[in-house]
Design a protein around this ligand. Sequence first.
Ligand SMILES: [Mg+2]
Length: 363
Amino acid sequence: MKKVVFLDRDGTLIVEPPDEQIDSFEKLELIPGVIQGLRLLIDRGFELVMVSNQDALGSARYPLEAFEGPHNKLLGVLKGEGISFSQIFICPHTPADNCGCRKPKTGLVDQYIKSNDPDLGRSFVVGDRETDVQFGLNVGCKSVRLSDSATSAASYVAPDFLEACRYMVRADRSAHVERSTNETSITVDVVLDGTGSFNIQTGVGFFDHMLAQLSKHSLIDIDLAVKGDLHVDEHHTVDDTAIALGEAFHQALGNKKGIERYGFVLPMDDCLATVAIDFGGRPWLVWDAEFKREKIGELPTEMFFHFFKSFSDGARCNLNIKAEGANEHHKIEAIFKALSRAIRMAIRRDINNSELPSTKGML
Ligand SMILES: [Mg+2]
């Protein structure tokens, strides 16, 4: 299913003049960041649809020819940058006309949505007015409002257009997973195209430290809160966290189109750790690492194998892990860092290729 960004025009892509009519070439001015932002959306697989209210278009006060010159110029400039809209919808009415197509009403796009059946859960509306936000709610997708300060019903209020596009790209490959049993209660959010920021609280200090490595070195944002039965021991906390985290990765990867799929890295401290990964859809773990200490911090070393096994199950990925060296803390930290780099390589998308990296046709 395609994902769509429905874009307002005036005040979003081009500067809106005080009289709210772009009816001459002199009034045509691109909003900064528009080309870069739209290219980003296209590269990440979004289809672009323009939806614009143009009050009284075609009347004496706003003749069609006066609109078409600057409008076609805009489309030509964007086309020259490899940016085009699959559809352009314009409502020519005024509020007094009480039509069914003026935003926030959805009359302009109803047929388009019916025939194309886009993935509305992964689609967005972007605009500079609250009516755009309401339009998004009415269509059934998330909204982004462009504003410095507005309080809004939008999913996100962006200070400028490029930041709005960056938000949509970040939000596209993200997931929220909640998992509760009698033994643990877990909430995890991951953003694959993040910055490596994290907020991790499992109740096990050394485990937090390892998961922080996972976030930091993969540039994946991880927000993780775990309430586990630590009065029993660390087992359920580590195991269930791995399952939930793996499931979040699986969901955030979505259809996996364009991803590199494989990752491999070989970092070294005093230890040598190798982690190879394949997000091929099937869990498997090869584990070749020995730990002589019973615990590192308060984390039992026997839980390391278990963590990666459960993560592999949750993320439906193949992991091949080998490590050798003297210092036990370094060894497991090197494994987590290597895993992070392997994941970072594997989830990267080739902007020139949106094919699924499999001859099977599914992953
Ligand atoms: Mg506008």
